[in-house]
Design a protein around this ligand. Structure first.
Ligand code: HEM
Ligand code: HEM
Length: 222
C-alpha cells in the first residue's frame, strides 16, 4: 500500500503541533486575563508550550520536507521575487509548503513565542505567581523579563491577527483554502511525493520524548 504521508503537504506531527499550539496560546491569554488561581493553568500551559516549541525546533531538522527549516527559510531575493510576482506581475509560482513570505512569518512567530516562553519562566508578578526559574536570577533580570513578557504578549496578538488575516485573504482573494490543509494535511501535486517521510511517527515520538526530557530536566534543576 502507498504511504499516505508521502502525499500530505503538512505531516501529521506538524498539524498536531499547530492546533495544540493554538489552544495553548489561547489558554495563556485567557488565564493571564482571568488572573488569580487561573494562573496555575498559565504556568502549566507554559510548560506544555515550552515542550511543543522544543518539539517544533527539533521537527525543523527531523520532520518531513515541508516542516524542515532548510526548506522554507528562503533568501531575501526569493522573498522579493515572490512579492514582485504576487503584487506586480500576478504570475505567482505555486508553493505547496510555506511560500517565502509565509516561511519568514512562521519563523518570526515561532521566535516571538519562544522568547515569550523563556521570559515567562523568569517572570514574577510580585504577589503570588512566578516562573520556575525566577528565584535563580537577580531582581533586575526578573523585572526585565517580566516587563518583556507583558510587552511581547501584545506583539504576539498583532502577529496572530495578521496571521489569521493572511490565511483568510488567501481563501477569499485566491480561493486557496490553506486551513483545510492544516487540518487534513492536504495533497502534494500529482507524482510529487514528499521527501523524508520514512519512519515519520517513530521520529515524531523520539523528538517529543527528547523535548519532554528537556522540560523535566529544566524543572528538576530549577
Ligand atoms: C506563549 C506563551 C505565553 C503567553 C502568550 C503568555 C502571556 C502572558 C500574559 C498576557 C501575561 C499578563 C502580563 C501582564 O499582566 O501585563 C502573562 C503573565 C505571566 N506569565 Fe505568561 N505567557 C506565556 C508563557 C508563560 C510561561 C512559559 C510562564 C512560566 C512557566 C509564564 C508565566 C507568567 C507569569 C509568572 C506571569 C505574571 C507576571 C506579571 O504579572 O506580569 N508565562 N503571561
Ligand atoms: C493562537 C493562534 C495561532 C498561532 C500562534 C498560530 C501559529 C502558527 C505557526 C507558528 C505557523 C507555522 C507552522 C510551522 O511551520 O511551524 C502557522 C501556520 C498556519 N496556521 Fe496558524 N496559528 C494560530 C491560529 C491559526 C488559525 C485560527 C488558523 C485558521 C484559521 C491558522 C491557520 C494556519 C495555516 C493554514 C498555516 C499554514 C500556512 C501556510 O500554508 O504557509 N492558524 N500558524
Amino acid at each position: 500500500m502507498k504511504n499516505l504521508h508521502e502525499h500530505a503537504v503538512w505531516d501529521w506531527p506538524l498539524r498536531l503541533f499547530h492546533w495544540v499550539l493554538t489552544i495553548l496560546v489561547l489558554n495563556q491569554f485567557a488565564t493571564a486575563k482571568i488572573s488569580g488561581n487561573a494562573m496555575d493553568f498559565h504556568i502549566m500551559g507554559g510548560y506544555l508550550i515550552f515542550t511543543i516549541l522544543l518539539f517544533r525546533i527539533g521537527w525543523g531538522f527531523a520532520g518531513s520536507q515541508n516542516s524542515l527549516f532548510t526548506n522554507f527559510i528562503q533568501p531575501l531575493t526569493e522573498v522579493k521575487r515572490y512579492l514582485y510576482e504576487t503584487i506586480v506581475s500576478k504570475q505567482r509560482k505555486i508553493y505547496y509548503g510555506h511560500n517565502p513570505v509565509g516561511g519568514w512569518a512562521s519563523i518570526t512567530m515561532l521566535f516571538a513565542l519562544s522568547l515569550q516562553t523563556i521570559t515567562g519562566l523568569l517572570s514574577d508578578d510580585q504577589i503570588m505567581f512566578s516562573g520556575p526559574l525566577a528565584h535563580r536570577f537577580s531582581e533586575n533580570i526578573v523585572s526585565a523579563a517580566t516587563t518583556f513578557h507583558s510587552a511581547n504578549a501584545w506583539l504576539i496578538i498583532v502577529m496572530i491577527f495578521f496571521h489569521i488575516f493572511a490565511i483568510f485573504s488567501y481563501l477569499i482573494l485566491h480561493k486557496n483554502n490553506l486551513i483545510n490543509r492544516m487540518i487534513n494535511g492536504g495533497h502534494m501535486p500529482f507524482r510529487a511525493n514528499l521527501k523524508h517521510t520514512k519512519n515519520l511517527s517513530v521520529r515524531a515520538v523520539v523528538v517529543f520524548i527528547v523535548s519532554l526530557i528537556i522540560l523535566l530536566m529544566m524543572l528538576y534543576l530549577a
